[in-house]
Design a protein around this ligand. Structure first.
Ligand SMILES: Cc1cc2nc3c(=O)[nH]c(=O)nc-3n(C[C@H](O)[C@H](O)[C@H](O)COP(=O)(O)OP(=O)(O)OC[C@H]3O[C@@H](n4cnc5c(N)ncnc54)[C@H](O)[C@@H]3O)c2cc1C
Length: 405
């Protein structure tokens, strides 16, 4: 039976990074993936340019039932560390909106870099290669795979979340965690478009394709989330960065509150226009908001659109302003894992070491990346978590390896 210091299951962002680093730190590593290709999510990320990290990363950019868990790993492997690695591989990048860093050329540059790092660490790769069973034999693990049984002192689970099943996502990590007695925080689609009942949405269907900056919020207390970002109307509901971000905080059955004109005091603007403007309300509102939005909003308010500003009732104008600046709406669901960028929830971090990502139940078993209950905002945070959790694990494994030699 072939024997390794560590077997890493899942050759995505976290698995490739961890395998390469552990190999270079002296561990004999086998990296297994059930897909024919590695890192498919890196390939499709950031519109093909991979938003690989963010300039500013802190624990408040992540959701978790254990919000401080990610601090240690993030502090010990920073965006600057990843940029230094990219510099060594001469990969050009640029900064976009809100500190988001993208490859100049292609996401493939990152994949090529991670594969080169694995080669440098003499990592053995097997793919496509499924894993049927993992047993703990006391001092080591045995894994039954499509290419025979292997043994290792350590097993790293880097199988990611459930989003985009057609490119290899599976629930393997959650099943394995449960097998070893770990709790799993119920997984749910996150960074995902939200949908609404078709009867409620009907009047807004003509707005499909419209994008505008909004302020959106949901939840209360520690579970509250709020973002100032662009919103996109779709045929079935809402998308765009504002809605993808808030979807991670949204709980089924609860409402969102959206300010569709975050930079304007609409009530005051309409009050002033009533005193001075000769225009009809439709024209006046159309100068304060995108015209299509103004038109759709007024289509449900009988008789208001064509009436001159001077003839509008104060109460009606006030209600109109409130409906646009405190728009309350309750999604009936999400577009699901087929469209979600990530999976929120996952392996409960209260049973993992925040220093090493090692199981507190089964020494030698590690969980890294998205399979863990740490979910980043949109903007490069999920990849930074993949790199940082992988680095914490790789360093810890190599310390353990060198001590046992
Ligand atoms: C469309 C899209 C765009 C995204 N864009 C960005 C972005 O720009 N910036 C950002 O920070 N994040 C982005 N993300 C999120 C990011 O891709 C993930 O958070 C990140 O890839 C997680 O890394 P991971 O290694 O934990 O999991 P993954 O990268 O998903 O890798 C998991 C690996 O495990 C393998 N695997 C699964 N089950 C098994 C099994 N049973 N046996 C063997 N192997 C298995 C899979 O084949 C896969 O290779 C995006 C996600 C999507 C879907």
């Amino acid at each position: 039976m072939a024997s390794f210091d560590a077997v890493v299951i899942g050759a995505g962002a976290a698995g490739l990074f961890c395998a390469g680093m552990a190999g270079q730190l002296g561990s004999r590593v086998l990296l297994i993936d059930h897909g024919a290709k590695v890192a498919e999510k890196i390939r499709i990320s950031g519109g093909g340019r991979c938003n690989f990290t963010n300039r500013e990363v802190g624990h408040s950019n992540f959701l978790s039932a254990n919000p401080h868990f990610c601090r240690s790993a993030l502090a010990r492997y920073t965006p600057q560390d990843f940029l230094a690695l990219m510099a060594r591989h001469q990969i050009a990048w640029h900064e976009k909106h809100k500190g988001q860093l993208f490859c100049d050329h292609s996401a493939q540059d990152i994949i090529t870099m991670l594969l080169a790092e694995c080669a440098k660490g003499q990592v053995e790769r097997r793919q496509p290669c499924g894993v049927q069973a993992v047993r703990h034999t006391g001092s080591a693990f045995e894994l039954d795979t499509d290419r025979g049984t292997v043994s290792a002192a350590k097993v790293v689970v880097a199988t990611g979340g459930l989003s985009i099943p057609k490119i290899g996502a599976s629930d393997f990590g959650y099943r394995l965690a449960r097998q070893f007695g770990h709790r799993v925080i119920e997984p749910r689609p996150a960074l995902v478009p939200l949908t609404f009942a078709s009867a409620d949405w009907e009047p807004l269907v003509p707005l499909a394709g419209l994008s505008l900056p909004v302020h959106v919020r949901t939840g209360a207390g520690k579970a509250a989330g709020q973002f100032l970002e662009d919103l996109l109307f779709t045929h079935r509901g809402l998308s765009g960065p504002a809605v993808l971000q808030i979807s991670s905080y949204w709980q089924p059955g609860t409402a969102l509150q959206i300010n569709l004109a975050p930079d304007t005091d609409l009530e005051e603007s309409l009050r002033q226009a009533k005193a001075s403007s000769r225009r009809q309300l439709a024209n006046e509102l159309g100068s304060l908001l995108p015209a299509r939005l103004a038109q759709a909003w007024l289509s449900t308010r009988v008789g208001m659109a064509d009436k001159p500003m001077a003839d509008q009732r104060d109460k009606d104008l006030q209600q109109l302003a409130t409906s646009l600046q405190s728009w309350q709406l309750t999604p009936n669901g999400t577009e699901g894992y087929a469209k979600a960028e990530v999976t929120a929830g996952g392996i409960d971090t209260r049973e993992l070491s925040s220093q090493t990502m090692e199981s507190q139940r089964t020494p030698g078993l590690y969980f890294i990346g998205e399979v863990v209950d740490v979910t980043g905002w949109l903007g490069g945070y999920n990849f930074q978590w993949a790199w940082a959790s992988a680095a914490a694990c790789a360093r810890a494994m190599s310390q353990a390896t060198s001590m046992s030699q």
